[in-house]
Design a protein around this ligand. Structure first.
Ligand code: BAL
Length: 383
């Protein structure tokens, strides 16, 4: 039996051990309405084979309407390992990732992707487990015009894409403060940014040693391909975080993440999918892959021996639809590009069917939450 870090995917195990009829029944129970495989242009497939990354495509359908035309959008999700070891110079590490992701973006362009999202802090190893400031804080850069945003602006212009680029931000105008930030660019233009709202203090995720809870609220970015938002990683555990992006009108919410199996894998397939259902929008869950070893050992503060790696980032990126259906996940071990076509009309169609937005009783919860937020709140317990 392979170690859990070596398991390619749940889908591969099911496909390898279930007869066709049972496999279809299990898929329907696990993933809901079937997403049709998307025909991927040969140029994209050839590039994926040549550059050794997985490429998968699926399509969600919506009912044909009489008064509205379909609003078809193609999103791309990229998951990837770091390229060079963590003991190499900072610039070498970042440049190697720039080159790797630029290659995969080319395949996405060949497949006519409109909006693409990279994983959390994509330009660096997820070094926040070390609690070391040096050299890792040197990866932080300006959101508006740092080297990564300049590269991403060029790619978005070259391929007419909206690109979501989650980086470590350095705000040199305000005390050189560092943030965990998702930058949004469109057709070569910087559109804006969102800073991660919820910062973990769990396991080796010592992110609060580096950056503070974000101060940009819940922005929704109006693009030519629809209204999008970004819920960064740990924010996926906070239903109100998902809710507010929906309250601001998001139709697709991206969840760029970096998380490891021991901590979160059983939750991974639930949270973004449930957010899609509860908020009647699409969610795109992206997780990095691979095991990253650091030069110096560190402890997890749990009595276990010191170690040099974070554990296995399990990839498994997927997209969920407002009707609760979802795509199969990408691999747990390989770099990959997931291409998903969707009709944004499905968001309102599901709202009409289920009425979740109509029945959400915001006024009731606004009062209750305001009360619960008070320091002297008395829980309503009847005994
Ligand atoms: N990046 C935090 C780890 C988690 O939310 O799973």
């Amino acid at each position: 039996m392979a170690s859990i870090a070596e398991i390619e995917s749940v889908e591969e195990i099911l496909n390898g051990h279930l007869p066709e009829a049972e496999r279809e029944a299990v898929r329907k129970i696990l993933y809901g309405k079937e997403t049709k495989p998307l025909t991927i242009p040969q140029a994209a497939i050839s590039l994926a084979e040549k550059e050794d990354f997985e490429i998968k495509g699926y399509a969600f359908a919506a009912a044909q309407e009489q008064l509205r035309s379909p609003r078809i959008v193609r999103v791309g999700l990229i998951q990837n390992k770091i390229v060079v070891p963590t003991d190499r110079p900072i610039k070498e590490q970042r440049d190697a990732l720039h080159q790797r992701i630029s290659t995969i973006v080319k395949a996405a362009a060949d497949a006519h992707v409109n909006i693409i999202c990279f994983q959390e802090a994509w330009t660096m190893p997820f070094a926040f487990c070390t609690r070391e400031k040096k050299p890792w804080c040197e990866f932080a850069e300006a959101a508006e015009d740092g080297p990564t945003t300049e590269l991403v602006k060029d790619l978005s212009k070259q391929f007419n894409m909206v690109i979501i680029s989650p980086i470590l931000e350095r705000d040199s105008l305000h005390g050189d403060t560092i943030w965990n930030t998702a930058v949004v660019v469109s057709r070569g233009r910087y559109l804006g940014k969102h800073r991660k709202n919820h910062i973990p203090r769990v396991g080796d995720f010592n992110e609060s040693s580096y950056y503070f809870e974000g101060n940009t609220g819940h922005p929704v970015f109006q693009t030519e391909f629809g209204k999008i938002a970004i819920n960064i990683c740990y924010g996926r555990h906070h239903p109100l975080n998902w809710f507010m992006f929906g309250a601001n009108g998001a139709e697709i919410v991206f969840n760029p993440s970096a998380t490891v199996g021991e901590l979160s894998e059983p939750l991974w397939g639930i949270e973004a999918r449930n957010a899609a259902i509860a908020n009647s929008y699409f969610t795109c869950a992206i997780n990095r892959v691979g095991t990253e070893r650091f030069p110096n050992e560190f402890t997890s503060g749990n009595g276990q021996p010191a170690h040099k790696d974070f554990g296995h980032f399990y990839g498994s990126s997927y997209v969920a639809a407002p009707d609760g259906s979802r795509t199969p996940g990408l691999s747990r071990t390989r770099d990959g590009l997931l291409i998903v076509e969707m009709d944004l009309n499905l968001c309102r169609q599901v709202r009409d069917v289920w009425g979740f937005k109509m029945t959400q009783r915001l006024d009731m919860y606004a009062t209750s939450i305001a009360a619960a937020a008070e320091p002297n709140y008395e829980p309503n317990i009847i005994s």
